[in-house]
Design a protein around this ligand. Structure first.
Ligand SMILES: NC(=O)C1=CN([C@@H]2O[C@H](COP(=O)(O)OP(=O)(O)OC[C@H]3O[C@@H](n4cnc5c(N)ncnc54)[C@H](O)[C@@H]3O)[C@@H](O)[C@H]2O)C=CC1
Ligand SMILES: O=C(O)[C@@H]1CCC=N1
Length: 274
């Protein structure tokens, strides 16, 4: 499979790490990006071919992954359009937050073979997860190709309704940042209570990994796992009572709804143009 990436930034690099020399040879991956340093790094690490902008190399691609910022998608669609081989009908995969398939299709002159995805950065170590949805014009073979590409970096969750992808963005797309934020807070507390930075990091990260694995492997609800840690009148009870006093759960729910609302707003704002 020949895959072209338009945009070779954080998320593209994470996807390429999972794909190159696994699903397909590095030499079968082309990356177009004006950032010469990013291209040099990707070429050195994976043997991908590169160019400073969308060019004729795209015509050979079976799949074109659009991995630029949502604000650049309309301009990038115009740059890509002349190089889409209409007879070949390559699959377009968009990973941009907010950008709706219908708007991208319009910017690509009414193109129908589009899959919209929301991956996340743990893809870099093969532990990502991606929500995805296909436009009606996507063939079964192309759906499988999109699934193969994203599954190279973790499980995929197919949606029946594109509007749900804003919720996926709020949960798993942005989610790693919430987890890192929680880790930062726990590390800060560990240090404030006299542990070294290294000890705080080790204890916090092992706790996150262990708790996540336990939740994953257990058939019991996560609330029950939480209750098992929480002895009445004990230390965990003191911490959770403090969190409830600050309404931490409600704050997290509100924050995630803000992420989903921003995804929809990006779609409204950017999709309205042209
Ligand atoms: N970073 C994340 O955790 C996630 C990001 N996304 C989506 O992935 C997309 C990319 O995000 P990041 O990789 O984080 O951004 P980034 O800023 O790291 O990468 C964007 C890249 O696009 C390049 N670029 C800009 N204009 C271009 C053009 N005309 N042609 C080719 N390349 C061009 C930039 O030089 C840059 O290297 C965004 O739409 C974002 O919504 C989706 C899921 C998770
Ligand atoms: O923050 C963002 O907009 C992107 C989409 C999901 C993660 N990063």
């Amino acid at each position: 499979m020949k895959i072209a990436f338009i945009g070779g930034g954080n998320m593209a690099a994470a996807l390429i790490a999972g794909l190159a020399n696994k699903l397909t040879d590095g030499a079968n991956i082309h990356v177009a990006d004006p950032n010469a340093e990013a291209l040099a790094r990707l070429h050195k690490q994976y043997g991908v071919t590169t160019s400073a902008a969308a060019d004729a190399a795209l015509s050979a691609a079976d799949v074109i992954v659009l991995a630029v910022k949502p604000q650049s998608m309309r301009e990038v669609a115009a740059q890509v359009l002349p190089f889409i081989d209409k007879a070949k009908q390559p699959l377009i995969v968009s990973i941009a937050a907010g950008i709706r398939s219908a708007d991208l299709s319009r910017w690509l002159g009414g193109y129908g073979a589009i899959v919209r995805c929301m991956p996340n950065t743990p893809a870099l170590i093969g532990m990502g997860i991606t929500g995805m949805v296909a436009m009606a014009g996507v063939s079964a073979g192309q759906t499988k190709a999109a699934d193969d590409i994203l599954r190279a970096v973790g499980p995929t969750v197919w949606l029946d309704d594109e509007s749900k992808i804003d919720a996926v963005t709020a949960v798993s797309g942005s989610g790693p940042a919430y987890v890192f934020y929680f880790i930062e807070a726990m590390q800060q507390a560990a240090e404030e209570m006299g542990l070294s930075a290294e000890q705080g990091k080790q204890l916090t990260l092992a706790t996150f990994t262990g708790a996540a694995q336990l939740a994953q492997q257990s058939s019991e609800p996560v609330a029950l796992l939480r209750e098992r840690v929480t002895s009445k009148g004990g230390t965990t009870y003191a911490a959770l009572t403090s969190m409830q006093g600050s309404d931490v759960k409600a704050a997290i729910v509100t924050a995630m709804k803000a992420a989903a609302a921003r995804g929809k707003e990006l779609g409204d704002e950017l999709g309205a143009a042209g």
